[in-house]
Write a protein that binds this ligand. Structure first.
Ligand code: HPA
Ligand code: ZN
Length: 326
């Protein structure tokens, strides 16, 4: 089977980070907004490092201003995922950008996104579920507001809570209140760690936030005892190799630790993070990994089954989708 046609599950995808640049430019033009310095001459997003990337991300996001804008974004993003063979995806949603943390406004944005996702699925597109993320560099106080937004809207569609943003600001333990609030509301948990901060940040996430999954977590490779801990606890890593390489965390595909993480017995899944920013698709990730590590269809099929097992959707949804990954 061609890699593009393989049914795929993707667990780590930032919604605004999946916005095609042409979509953002089109929306800016409609609204008469001027975006400067975020696109190169060929119209691609431009940045030199992770911190600039976060700035460009937030500038692009500034044109998304209403629930209807977000509904259109969901439709565009799902169209791209369908073309990539994705049949199940989870996407990070940020009440910070959708109403600024106001619970009433957030509920309206969420309803619009959920409706767009439902329409795409009814038309044969991928199944989508949402994970609210607080944004680390906006700080612990704001994370409490965001967790309340998530808790108020938790259900069959909004299934998870997490943290993204700049790993080098604030301590993870300062977000424990937000994670406890989300856990009590029945949300499943994931935390970005071990990407820009070292293996100790993965341990801190496990200690203070108790997530089922870690976003990235790749720098756990630097600590053998931590690898054992992840393997024993069954903590699932949402690994996004192309993102790590595009941002300069590793110099090339063969140097990426994803193969060694799997060999150490850690549960690994594969995602694209912010695909148009990093000029990638899940199909392209598979092709590069097949080249670098001689992975074959069986490896990718096993990784997709691991992703479905680690998905935050309810049991009925998992059971309904399982035959696609058999
Ligand atoms: N990493 C961390 N924070 C983010 C990202 C990412 O890839 N995308 C949007 N916010
Ligand atoms: Zn991410």
């Amino acid at each position: 089977m061609k890699l593009r046609d393989m049914p795929k599950a993707e667990l780590h995808l930032h919604l605004e980070g999946a916005a095609p640049p042409a979509f953002i430019r089109g929306l800016a033009a409609e609204k008469g907004l001027h975006l400067s310095g975020i696109f190169d001459d060929r119209g691609a997003y431009v940045f030199d490092d992770f911190w600039q990337f976060l700035k460009v991300y937030e500038a692009a996001t500034s044109v998304l201003q209403t629930p209807a804008d977000y509904a259109r974004l969901v439709s565009a993003v799902l169209e791209d995922r369908a073309a990539d063979g994705v049949v199940y995806a989870e996407t990070f949603l940020s009440p910070d950008f959708c109403g600024g943390g106001d619970e009433g406004a957030w509920a309206e944005y969420l309803a619009a996104m959920q409706e767009a996702a439902g329409a795409a699925e009814a038309a044969g597109g991928p199944t989508l579920r949402g994970i609210v993320t607080c944004i680390r560099h906006f700080g612990p106080d704001q994370s409490r507001r965001i967790a309340r937004c998530a808790a108020e809207t938790a259900g069959n569609w909004l299934v998870g809570f997490g943290i993204a943003g700049d790993e080098r600001t604030f301590a993870l333990r300062d977000f424990a209140w937000a994670f406890d609030c989300a856990r009590e509301a029945g949300l499943k948990l994931t935390a970005h760690a071990g990407e820009w901060d070292g293996p100790a940040s993965v341990a801190a996430a496990l200690d203070h936030l108790r997530p089922a999954r870690i976003g990235h977590g790749v720098r756990a490779i630097e600590d053998a005892a931590l690898l054992d801990r992840l393997a024993e606890a069954g903590t699932v890593l949402e690994v996004c190799p192309g993102s790590n390489i595009a941002l300069g965390l590793y110099p090339g595909w063969r140097m990426h630790p994803v193969d060694r993480l799997r060999r150490a017995g850690v549960a690994v899944t594969l995602s694209t993070d912010d695909p148009p920013f990093f000029h990638t698709t899940l199909t392209q990730e598979y092709a590069r990994l097949a080249d670098a590590f001689d992975w074959e269809e069986a490896e990718f099929a096993a990784i997709n089954r691991a992703a479905l097992a680690a998905a935050f959707c309810d049991a009925d949804t998992r059971t309904r989708l399982a035959p696609r990954f058999a």
